[in-house]
Write a new protein. Structure first.
Length: 228
């Protein structure tokens, strides 16, 4: 198995192409993530970091360039093939937790596993194990409204890792939290990532959090660079 989990080559993305309001969001982005590597993606607001994450996770397609996931070129693949790869190989975390309010913490983590064909028993065992890793196993039966913001986001982390992805994509995962809670929740995320050995691309405005990752890349004016 290749040590390279994600490779983006020559990625471009333009909105309103050919119109007066044309915006060249990505202008030839190249990025490789190795297995087990955690990379911080730093970008000013509106620079295109969410677009880049969506393309990396096959929620959007580039105008030009290739997206390779675990050695497979996903560019030009059918929607079904991309969906299956995304379900099996990619976990997503957003700034807001997006938990299903009518389901408990353990159920929110179990559901994506059931959709992937895992038995309920095995799914619940894995869900509890993940909740234990982030320190809230005792909150397993609580619904989102009964959890704090930090606890809700920890459940979202566990849900993203429920199906054992190779790649985690996170868009400002602690952006809605106060500084103290943000720090604690980030530690929980890093524990999950390191324990499972997956690769992660984490967009953040927080330079202190970025400094705790393996390396940092900066997206500005459509280009990606390593800060000096």
């Amino acid at each position: 198995m290749s040590d390279q989990v994600l490779s983006l080559n020559g990625i471009t993305k333009t909105y309103n192409a050919g119109l007066p309001g044309q915006v060249d969001v990505l202008r030839g982005v190249d990025l490789d993530l190795q297995r087990g590597e955690v990379v911080a993606l730093v970008a000013p607001s509106g620079a295109g970091k969410s677009t880049l994450l969506h393309i990396a996770g096959m929620l959007d397609t580039p105008d030009t360039g290739t997206v390779t996931l675990n050695g497979q070129n996903m560019t030009g693949q059918s929607d079904r093939r991309r969906t299956l790869a995304r379900r099996a190989e990619v976990g997503f975390i957003y700034q807001f937790h997006h938990l299903l309010p009518e389901f408990s913490a353990i159920e929110n983590i179990t559901l994506p596993q059931l959709a992937a064909g895992t038995s309920r028993t095995d799914a619940e065992v894995r869900a509890l194990s993940l909740l234990d890793k982030v320190g809230i196993a005792e909150r397993a039966t609580h619904r989102p409204a009964e959890l704090s913001g930090g606890e809700q986001q920890r459940v979202a982390f566990c849900r993203a890792l429920a199906n054992g992805p190779a790649l985690l994509l996170a868009d400002e995962p602690t952006g809605n939290l106060d500084p103290a809670t943000s720090d604690q929740v980030f530690d929980a995320l890093m524990t999950l990532v390191r324990d499972t050995g997956l690769s992660a691309l984490i967009a953040t405005h927080n330079l202190e959090l970025a400094s705790r990752m393996d390396r940092t890349v900066r997206l500005d004016a459509g280009h990606l660079a390593t800060p000096s």
